[in-house]
Design a protein around this ligand. Structure first.
Ligand code: NAD
Ligand code: IPM
Ligand code: MN
Length: 362
């Protein structure tokens, strides 16, 4: 038997553990033939852990995660905890400290899923967003003073470093090169954010000279939102800073049918010692439907497919990639069950959709 795939499982809050449970059932089924041995370790970070201990996750606990092959995360955020504490203290801390500098978010309309866009089909909606994941407004620079007075002041600073931008843009060019259309669009707001936008635009322009086989384009983020909703077929690979990337990928999830299907990977693609990538659905902990067996687990199951494929690539373990391909195929085999239904309030339970995915594995 090969070395086990050593996974850290962070269910998190709300619907997070519910969708992760289904992804783990799928993982068990896809590896039942013995092709891949799997070892999972569960961590209970999230609202309950924070409320009980006063700690979200310590630096030492983050370091412990470096020993795993990959992390599967559900979602974080809870109505009983002030906004930002868990999101910044857990999710962003992991992305930053584990230097997961790429947030890869495919936007693909699967067969059977309905898009809210009139007259658009799977051929029109098939692109991938490369969201920078360690800089920008997310660094938290700034502050708030004289709170509650008429003189209150707050600032929140946008950061772009040539190093951070360049490694992200280079990843996007490399990815674009592997795709059929070989087309990369930079999305920013260079007409207003002339400082950070300048760094992004110049880096993009400079790297483009090294990738003459990739066609390039630039869109302001406001126009990008309009195009995504009117002519999504113009996009193939999109590279975007952190904050705009957060926003346009929710829009992307919506045009591809909804949050129930949108998968993502927080990647440290360098695969150096101590680096570990983390895979999670784009959606949050959905307190409105938590505990009701209503969350669609397909986004988490597709994130598991990404985990297996990416870990297989990085660790050069073809058996993992193959298992990932099978899980991705199962997700696409299940989607026709949603024809004429919404992805999120489909009427199927979380468990039923997990059953469908397992059955589709064959
Ligand atoms: P959300 O994605 O949790 O929910 C938005 C809406 O989409 C809700 O109506 C929800 O029911 C629905 N939805 C989302 N995923 C679904 C699924 N798989 N199946 C069916 N319906 C689904 O976003 P929100 O309401 O803005 O945030 C809720 C909490 O989650 C907040 O605390 C927020 O900070 C956090 N959050 C966490 C992450 C993450 O962990 N990556 C991402 C976004 C939001
Ligand atoms: C996401 C989420 C996170 C983000 C939040 C919860 C910190 O919205 O993964 O898209 O803004 O990146
Ligand atoms: Mn988001």
């Amino acid at each position: 038997m090969s070395t086990p795939l050593n996974l850290a499982i962070l269910g998190g809050d709300g619907t997070g553990p519910e969708v992760v449970a289904q992804a783990l059932r799928v993982l068990e089924a896809v590896t039942a033939d013995g092709s891949v041995a799997v070892q999972t370790t569960h961590f209970d970070y999230g609202a309950a852990h924070y409320l009980a201990t006063g700690s979200v996750i310590t630096d030492e606990e983050v370091d412990e995660l470096r020993g795993f092959d990959a992390i599967l995360l559900g979602a974080v955020g809870h109505p009983d905890v002030k906004p930002g504490i868990l999101e910044k203290g857990l999710l962003l801390k992991l992305r930053f400290q584990l230097d997961q500098f790429i947030n890869l978010r495919p936007v693909k309309l699967y067969p059977g899923i309905e898009t809210p866009l009139k007259d658009k089909g799977p051929d029109d909606i098939d692109f991938v967003c490369v969201r920078e994941n360690t800089e920008d407004l997310y660094c938290g620079n700034g502050g708030r003073a004289r709170v509650g007075t008429p003189q209150e002041i707050s600032t929140q600073e946008m950061i772009a470093t040539r190093f951070g931008v360049e490694r992200c843009v280079r990843y996007a060019f490399e990815l674009a090169k592997t795709r059929e259309r070989k087309h990369l669009t930079l999305v920013h707001k260079t007409n207003v954010l002339t400082h950070c936008g300048g760094t992004w635009f110049d880096t993009f322009r400079d790297l483009a000279t090294e990738y003459s086989d990739v066609e390039t384009d630039y869109h302001h983020v406001d126009a990008c939102c309009m195009y995504m909703a009117t002519k999504p077929e113009i996009y193939d690979t999109v590279v975007v800073p952190n904050m705009f990337g957060d926003i346009i990928t929710d829009l992307g999830a919506a045009v591809a049918g909804g949050m129930g299907i949108a998968a993502s990977g927080n990647l440290n693609p360098d695969a150096g010692a101590g680096s570990v990538s983390m895979f999670e659905p784009v959606h949050g902990s959905s307190p409105d439907i938590a505990g009701q067996d209503k969350a669609n687990p397909l986004a988490c199951i597709d994130s598991l497919a990404m985990l297996l494929r990416e870990t297989g690539r990085v660790k050069q373990r073809p058996a993992l990639s193959k298992a990932g391909d099978k899980v991705a195929a199962a997700v696409q085999a299940v989607t026709p069950n949603f024809t004429g239904k919404r992805l999120d309030r489909s009427g199927y339970s979380t468990t039923e959709i997990g059953d469908m995915a397992i059955a589709a594995l064959g």
